[in-house]
Design a protein around this ligand. Structure first.
Ligand code: G6P
Length: 470
């Protein structure tokens, strides 16, 4: 009996260079969060390897991935355009992050989303054995639980959504809302990061489907579906230990040299309009305007990891960030200082670790975020218990990391004040807050998250069976 994880993206993606394929780790919370876990257990992971692979090379890729316990679902360029970029990232992503005006409700997107979810089901049927547990991940595969349930009525199916679930008033705007809910409710256990997401989902399902709820259980004619919050954690030990390695220590020294008197503010995100990157830059601009005493004394290190840049809203955002940073730096810089060190690229984990360990402040201000693992990675990297986390109240992580300086990301003055508070925060208070947050991140780590979900899935299934035999 194994656990079969199914997500849109595999935890590795293919890079093609001179006709050679190499596999590198995928970006994003899901892949990094679950990446190490699947290797340690009896499991297989099904998903898309990140590029279009021509038919004649699919066998080669399948074999290479099999060595890593991975099983590919190949998508054509048309499917990538309509299912991934289209329905997933131009309908579900904006709506679930409350940016409804960005949504394009195209029928062709929806049709392709349905057929690609069927395609994932077909791949799953090739590797599934009786009594395997199925764990489906995220918004790209909302229909998959229902499709698999129809094929395997007794299967154990868990679903976890890594992004927020919006309130009913937002969700109801989607033209295909009932079909989506019917798909999701094929699962036995549905997990979200926060209790608010659970509440939104239950109220949406009971209004749109013929189901009723008692507490966090949905009752349909045939089945019961349990809906619960499982706040995702990170590999705490990995981040904490990394800062002690020779390689990272060297990076830290290199990074700190010449900056002894400089306060470093760090921001790391995937390129995304939900992350509040422009607003963060505007708050920094406000700070330099209203508190000129910090000119030459603070530096923002801003890493934006390229993502979805074939979707127009993402490439537009990238251009706006380029423009804003260029403008701000040109106005405020001096010969040997610039306010924003901006990088549009990804970095190896050792470099990220050294930045986490060095930065005096980590600025995490998404407009809406399911969880936000960067905030937890910063906390785990602070082995000296110093440093200040500024965290948006719209990130799921703010429900756990209550000792962060919490801000409303729409309120630029609020973010600016939070930066000033962080810059002035006495070491003792930093230590008090950081120690409390580290304890939370250490305890509720990613292993805890996986074990907890799987344990609950087993319990839910067992209780269903005992109901049937009564
Ligand atoms: C978020 C989503 C993941 C997604 C990741 C990266 O974390 O919850 O499902 O994989 O972003 O986005 P991408 O579109 O590159 O897979």
């Amino acid at each position: 009996m194994k656990t079969v994880i199914i997500s849109n993206r595999l935890p590795v993606k293919i890079i093609e260079e001179n006709d050679e394929y190499t596999f590198i780790p995928s970006e994003g919370g899901l892949a990094t969060g679950l990446g190490d876990v699947y290797k340690s257990g009896n499991s297989i992971w099904i998903g898309w390897p990140g590029i279009e692979v021509p038919e004649e090379r699919q066998e080669e890729v399948t074999q290479k991935l099999a060595e890593l316990n991975l099983y590919p679902v190949f998508l054509t360029q048309n499917e990538i355009n309509l299912y991934y970029e289209g329905f997933s990232n131009e309908v579900l992503w904006p709506v679930f992050h409350y940016v409804v005006t960005y949504a394009h409700f195209e029928q062709t997107y929806w049709d392709c989303y349905k057929s690609v979810n069927e395609k994932f089901a077909k791949s799953a049927m090739q590797v599934l054995q009786r009594r395997d547990k199925i764990w489906i991940q995220d918004y790209q595969l909302l229909l998959l639980p229902g499709i698999l349930r129809a094929k395997l009525p007794n299967a154990t199916i868990g679903f976890f959504q890594h992004i927020p679930f919006p309130s009913y008033e937002i969700f109801r705007l989607i033209p295909w809302r009932e079909e989506i809910l019917n798909g999701l409710t094929g699962a036995d256990l549905i997990g979200f990061h926060t209790y608010d997401d659970v509440r939104h989902f239950i109220s949406t399902a009971t209004r749109l489907l013929p189901v009723n709820s008692s507490s966090n259980v949905l009752n349909s004619n045939e089945r019961q579906i349990v809906v619960e919050a499982f706040p995702m954690g990170i590999d705490y030990d990995k981040f904490s230990d990394l800062t002690q390695t020779e390689e990272v220590k060297k990076e830290i020294d290199y990074f700190r040299t010449g900056k002894e008197d400089m306060k470093v503010i760090l921001s790391i995100d995937r390129l995304d309009y939900s992350k509040g990157i422009l607003e963060r830059l505007k708050a920094l601009e406000l700070l330099l305007q209203l508190h000129p005493e910090y000119i030459g004394k603070i530096e923002l290190f801003m890493i934006v990891v390229p993502s979805r840049d074939t979707v127009p809203q993402y490439s537009d955002l990238r251009d706006q960030i380029d423009q804003f940073v260029g403008n701000l730096n040109a106005r405020y810089r001096s010969i040997n200082w610039i306010p924003v060190n901006y990088f549009y690229r990804s970095f190896p984990i050792e470099v990220l670790s050294s930045l986490y360990a060095t930065a005096d402040i980590c600025l995490v201000t998404p407009m809406r975020d399911g969880m936000n693992l960067v905030s937890k990675e910063y906390v785990a990297s602070r082995n000296n218990n110093d440093g200040v986390l500024i965290l948006s109240e719209m990130a799921g992580a703010s429900k756990e990391l209550t000792d962060a300086v919490i801000v409303n990301p729409n309120n630029l003055g609020d973010i600016m004040e939070a930066i000033v508070t962080a810059l002035k925060m006495p070491l003792e208070e930093q230590e008090q807050r950081m120690t409390a947050m580290r304890a939370t991140v250490e305890k509720f780590n990613v292993k805890h998250w996986v074990n907890n979900f799987i344990l609950r899935l087993n319990e839910v299934k067992d209780s269903q069976k005992s109901l049937l035999t009564k």
